[in-house]
Design a protein around this ligand. Structure first.
Ligand code: ADA
Length: 565
């Protein structure tokens, strides 16, 4: 797995952000390109080209604390697959966008510190029936261009930073921290130093530092008077993880932890023993020009708008978001359902393809949990969004049974779920700790007839609850496409009034049912999609904010309802 780079006395890293060079096709001219960012909207033409493309840049051999320190490149995200060469030598690659991978490049470096090294990366945004998400057109038979199986634009490229890092040979390779509301902290460490032991230090509430020494791969301590992490008090504590060999510290890693408990009890979701009600959104990492590229200012803005609405949570629909977004959520006390890139899953196209997709889902589930597990804001894992599983239960149930087993074997501290399509709960949901349902009555059905849709919603939710009385429900998506500025005295579809009325109606139903523990509006902001007859101007307009983050009427309605202002 791919440990996030940090700066300590033993570890240094440098983000290779900036102007790289980029070649869309063999033989075409190289041109400057910004990294991190998607390539699709950086040029006048070529938006729908999904690669493979070539990136190139150079980086200096970094100074090393010890001559045997290792030098790595950590790619925070390359969508969808990447193959990496340093000084002409293939050094590694990765399949799967939105999750990091690290390549040891030590042996491919030229000369001494400061010497330039050539870095060449081939990135391919194309998907297939063996990838997750799967390639091909949307299963609900809406042909799109580019052809995709999901409802967002397939922005591709080096969407997040690429880090040049140094670390001790055989040093810390993974850190798994569990910090409870009672103040206990246990840390497991993977490393390559037989005979070394793990030592922990944590700065406690009054600034004192507590330390303890542990065993070869784990250590634990407790902090008296800890302030539990919560939405109101997102208290973070700096933890130092040291590797001690023959009495000498040989490596040190640092991370922030939040001491908190998350649990499902009956049909309640509990944070530190207190019932939670999730108010928030499905979102997208989506901006003009930079596409799905990391934009820290936009991360800050979106988190502030989310809290301006009085929301307390979001789901990383439909792929893992940048770690910087989770840092913000940790610091601001926003709750996150972290979702894998498994959107558009289907079955029935042959065991070989299904097996390939299961392997990809296993890999991405493991990578997601390894990457996000130490963030207190992450309270739940979503293994997929809207798999087309209801009509293929004989194949989809064992598929998900394996993914749930894997997720729980990797992290026993968080509930696990996956999101049902149009409220169609099927056998795979028998494994879920929380039932997450998307519903669009009033929009895709009962068109414009909101009162009928709300009756149907209530009936459907109560039926689902009767069949699964001890499982809490989150309505993870509901909403309506809305043209900003389009008003209608009778709240016709596509008007701001219809969107606001639909959202209010859904919230009233959800808040009236004691087994519902949250509601996430789809979507927080308008976002780009692949071209189709379904989406005017290539946009999904279900945002309560426009793509340039201007509030529609629904945003103000949410603020009044969730914040009381
Ligand atoms: C689905 C899907 C979303 C979006 C939404 C819509 O629920 O999960 O990604 O496509 O429908 O806008 O129709």
């Amino acid at each position: 797995m791919s440990l996030r780079p940090v700066h300590t006395a033993f570890r240094h890293h440098l983000a290779l952000d900036g102007l790289w060079e980029w070649q869309p096709r063999p033989g075409e001219a190289w041109r400057p390109i910004a990294v991190p960012a998607s390539w699709n909207d950086q040029f006048a033409t070529g938006r729908d080209h999904l690669g493979p493309v070539q990136y190139r840049t150079s980086f200096p051999t970094p100074p090393r604390r010890r001559p045997d320190d290792r030098v790595t490149l950590r790619f925070d995200s390359a969508v969808h697959s990447a193959s990496v060469r340093v000084n002409g030598t293939h050094v590694g690659g990765h399949v799967g966008g939105h999750l990091p991978f690290t390549i040891d490049v030590t042996d491919a470096l030229t000369g001494d510190a400061g010497e330039a090294n050539r870095l060449e990366v081939e990135v391919d945004g194309n998907l297939s029936r063996d990838t997750v998400p799967p390639g091909g057109s949307m299963t609900w038979s809406v042909p799109t261009h580019p052809s995709v199986s999901f409802d967002f634009f397939p922005y591709s490229g080096l969407n997040r930073p690429v880090h040049l890092a140094t670390a001790p040979a055989g040093g810390i390779e993974a850190v798994r921290a569990v910090a409870t509301a009672a103040g206990s902290l246990s840390v497991e460490v993977d490393h390559g130093r037989p005979g070394a032991v793990v030592q922990l230090s944590v700065r406690d509430a009054d600034g004192g530092t507590r330390t303890t020494s542990g065993e070869s791969h784990r250590a634990e301590l407790s902090v008296d008077g800890v302030v539990p992490w919560s939405t109101d008090t997102p208290a973070l504590y700096g933890v130092g993880v040291e590797l001690v060999e023959d009495g000498e510290v040989v490596d040190c890693y640092r991370l922030d932890v939040g001491f908190r408990d998350i649990a499902v009890e009956g049909n309640r979701l509990l944070l530190n023993g207190e019932p939670l009600w999730l108010k928030g959104f499905g979102r997208h990492e989506d901006l003009p020009i930079s596409g799905r590229g990391l934009n820290l200012a936009a991360c800050v803005k979106d988190m502030d708008l989310l809290r301006w609405c009085g929301a307390n949570s979001f789901r990383t629909t439909h792929y893992p978001y940048a770690e910087e977004t989770l840092d913000l959520a940790d610091r601001l006390g926003v709750l996150v359902i972290s979702e894998t890139p498994a959107v558009g899953l289907n079955w029935g196209d042959g065991e070989e393809h299904e097996a390939a997709r299961l392997a990809a889902c296993r890999q991405q589930t493991a990578e997601l949990i390894a990457r996000d597990r130490n963030h207190p804001s992450v309270i739940m894992w979503s293994l997929a969004n809207e798999p087309h599983s209801a009509h293929q239960e004989a194949r989809s149930e064992p598929f998900f049974a394996e993914l749930y087993r894997l997720a729980r074997s990797l992290d026993h501290t968080r509930p696990v779920t996956h999101v049902a399509e149009e409220g169609r709960v099927d056998a795979a949901h028998d494994h879920a700790d929380v039932l997450c349902l998307n519903r669009y009555g009033g929009w895709y059905s009962h068109n414009g007839r909101l009162a009928d849709a709300l009756v149907d919603l209530r009936t459907n939710l109560e039926q689902i609850h009767q069949a699964r009385p001890d499982v809490p429900v989150i309505l993870t998506e509901f909403g309506a496409d809305t043209v900003a500025g389009n008003h209608d005295a009778e709240a016709a579809m596509w008007s701001e009034e219809f969107q606001a009325a639909m959202i209010e109606g859904y919230l009233e139903v959800c808040e009236s049912l004691d087994f519902v523990v949250g509601a996430h509006v789809w979507n927080m902001c308008d976002f780009a999609v692949a071209q189709s007859f379904l989406r005017p101007t290539g946009m999904n307009l279900k945002g309560v904010f426009t793509r340039d983050r201007r509030p529609k009427l629904a945003a103000r309605v949410l603020r009044a309802r969730w914040l009381g202002t």
